[in-house]
Design a protein around this ligand. Structure first.
Ligand code: DSN
Length: 425
């Protein structure tokens, strides 16, 4: 039965994605192979359990798909263990917390209002409701994390788990220093690399795998796969609590984490999505993907430089990765909400974002977050990024001028309609 209503909405969304400038730092355009693979017959299959140990019959092909996804992810990141079943990054984190922590245990994460993520201890999330969450943040003058202050906070709080990683932090992470801090207080260290995963996979940003006990990521941001999450470990290790099997053998962390995902956090895995994850991990292991991630960073740098030349303030003074956070209080008297709405009318999509030490609410905010993964997938390069920044600047200086914004919109759409939404590989 043809569902005209939904088909028309998908056509509208396709039109929106083709003709606009997509600058949401957590979004991307997956390849045609990934998109086509998501819609496959594994949607019909229940496969609770893990390859070779399922609770349902008929899983022999599903086993091969999941094993291939695991092998490809292990190869991509040089790790010994992967779990490819988490439905999302937040659920990957929830499974890790469930596996490692007791309710009320202290945890230490990066403050959401400074660029962290909801699932790292925010009071409105399970991670802040179930655990005793504490935070480190950035310095007001530099916008950068001071590692001595992280160490001080860890020694006060004595967390069971330290989380490094962010949704809106434009500098790289010192995973080795975080590990020193974790070891000093006996904490397990988790890196959530949901945002920079693509550039870590290609060696352009610091690698958490040798330093962090556990690493989680989404698969759809800079990794450019289907929506989903994964958990990895560089090396499996015995659980630090001395838990043993009935036979007295030590339980390895791979078992603890697998139990956290299923049956702890989830039921049946989304095998159709796991198949598409396998496709994306293979793509990410190609020279073309490495060139892509180099261009993501080059595009972000040129955007940050152009904004700075135009008088904008970028938190932490610039970017080392794929994103930047603009504090609009510095040069314009508009909120993130107003900026987001005005840019939306020009078909330039960003998100309003709190900046560190923001005086406005999360619904209003003083900033916008801008990222280059999606426009780079469409083939845009440095000179296009300068043009986009000039359009953004023009819109932000004319937020109440509808005809001016409509004129920019037609230029945006004329340009973007020339680029495919499917990255070339
Ligand atoms: N919502 C994602 C982001 O925009 O960064 C994080 O989950």
């Amino acid at each position: 039965m043809k569902d005209t209503a939904i088909q028309e909405l998908i056509a509208s969304e396709t039109h929106r994605q083709v003709n606009g400038v997509e600058l949401i730092a957590s979004e991307n355009y997956a390849s045609k192979e990934v998109i086509d693979t998501i819609g496959n017959v594994f949607n019909n299959k229940y496969a609770e359990g893990y390859p070779g140990k399922r609770y349902y019959g008929g899983c022999s092909v599903a086993d091969q798909v999941e094993s291939l996804a695991i092998d490809r992810l292990n190869t991509l990141f040089g790790c010994e263990y992967s779990n490819v079943q988490p439905h999302s990054g937040a659920q990957a984190n929830a499974a890790i917390f469930l596996a490692l922590l007791q309710a009320g245990d202290p945890i230490l994460g990066f403050d959401l209002s400074h660029g962290g993520h909801l699932s790292h201890g925010s009071q409105v999330n399970f991670s802040g409701k179930m655990y005793d969450a504490h935070f480190y943040g950035v310095e007001a003058d530099t916008g950068v994390i001071d590692m001595d202050k992280v160490a001080d906070k860890a020694s006060q709080v004595k967390p069971k788990l330290i989380i490094c990683g962010a949704s809106a932090y434009s500098q790289d992470w010192d995973y080795a220093k975080f590990r020193e801090i974790a070891d000093a207080v006996g904490a397990i260290l988790l890196a959530d690399i949901a945002h920079p995963a693509g550039m870590i996979a290609t060696g352009l940003l610091n690698d958490p795998i040798p330093h962090c006990h556990i690493v989680s990521t989404t698969t759809h941001k800079t990794l450019r796969g289907p929506r989903g999450g994964v958990i990895m470990m560089g090396k499996d290790f015995e659980n630090p609590w001395g838990r043993t099997t009935k036979k007295g053998n030590p339980i390895m962390m791979s078992n603890v984490l697998n139990m956290g995902v299923f049956p702890g956090m989830q039921g049946g895995p989304l095998m159709h999505v796991i198949a598409a994850k396998a496709v994306a991990f293979n793509e990410a292991n190609s020279p073309a993907f490495e060139s892509y991630t180099r261009q993501v960073i080059a595009n972000a740098k040129v955007m940050a430089d152009t904004f700075t030349d135009l008088g904008y303030k970028i938190i932490s003074g610039g970017t080392s990765n794929h994103l930047m956070l603009l504090d609009l209080r510095h040069n314009l008297d508009i909120s993130g909400k107003t900026a987001d709405a005005a840019l939306g009318k020009a078909h330039i999509t960003v998100n309003k974002n709190m900046v560190p030490f923001d005086d406005k609410s999360p619904f209003v905010t003083s900033g916008i977050r801008i990222g280059t993964p999606a426009i780079t997938s469409r083939g845009l390069v440095e000179q296009d990024c300068v043009q986009i920044v000039e359009w953004i600047d023009a819109v932000l200086k004319h937020v109440d001028n509808e005809s001016f914004i409509a004129d920019i919109k037609s230029k945006v759409e004329a340009k973007m309609s020339q680029y495919s939404v499917y990255p070339t590989l």
